[in-house]
Design a protein around this ligand. Structure first.
Ligand SMILES: *[C@@H]1O[C@H](CO)[C@@H](O)[C@H](O)[C@H]1NC(C)=O
Ligand SMILES: *[C@@H]1O[C@H](CO)[C@@H](O)[C@H](O)[C@H]1NC(C)=O
Ligand SMILES: *[C@@H]1O[C@H](CO)[C@@H](O)[C@H](O)[C@H]1NC(C)=O
Length: 181
């Protein structure tokens, strides 16, 4: 509304100038909270079924010493994410071994990929940022939450360039940053 009224008052000819003058208008990035939880928000797109995927908190599901895979559960944990430049890091109070980098695992010719959150793996995948739709990553088209091989729904990075049918236990989710109080 405000943007519309600015345009109306300065006139259409000023639009290119406004666009160039404000990087925010081009990228639509927002400042992420300094420390945040990531909460799932289901949106339509898959005829989905299975467990509830909405309102869950993303965490590192333990898969080995120092290894974890992105999954989500109802309880908010005492660990959180932060962005360092475009790297997404996971940490917790009194963490003495350093932050856990988030890495989108490569899977050739796959429609979607697992996401590692591991101190013993990495390096972090760059290109993460936050905008009005939540967490984004510049090679990822969307986030999926699926009933998979863990006891909590797993979070996957959906590439978006294959039109393969998705499992109906998957839902498309936004990952909304919730500031740590
Ligand atoms: C952010 O990244 C820089 C460069 O890799 C590193 O030196 C610094 O320790 C990191 N800071 C945090 C808080 O992770
Ligand atoms: C994604 O962002 C990273 C970090 O800014 C950058 O190095 C990389 O080139 C970007 N990739 C694409 C496909 O835009
Ligand atoms: C956030 O970025 C994604 C990916 O570039 C884009 O699809 C979405 O529309 C953006 N959201 C807003 C509110 O700009």
């Amino acid at each position: 509304m405000r943007f519309v009224s600015i345009l109306a008052s300065v006139g259409f000819a000023a639009l290119p100038y406004l666009t160039r003058a404000s990087p925010l208008l081009e990228t639509r990035q927002e400042a992420a909270p300094s420390q945040f939880y990531l909460q799932t928000q289901v949106y339509p797109g898959i005829d989905d079924c299975g467990t509830n995927k909405d309102g869950l908190y993303v965490f590192s599901y333990h898969t080995g010493a120092g290894l974890g895979i992105a999954a989500a559960e109802a309880d908010q944990l005492s660990s959180w994410f932060y962005l360092n430049d475009t790297n997404l890091l996971f940490t917790y109070e009194d963490n003495e071994i350093g932050p856990w980098p988030t890495e989108i695992l490569y899977g050739p010719y796959q429609a979607f990929n697992q996401i590692s959150i591991s101190i013993a793996d990495g390096p972090a995948t760059p290109g993460f940022f936050v905008n009005g739709t939540g967490l984004q990553q510049n090679t990822t088209a969307a986030w999926l939450a699926c009933d998979w091989w863990f006891t909590d729904p797993q979070i996957f990075a959906y590439n978006g360039y294959y039109s393969t049918p998705l499992p109906s236990s998957c839902s498309f989710v936004n990952l909304i940053p919730r500031a740590v109080a």
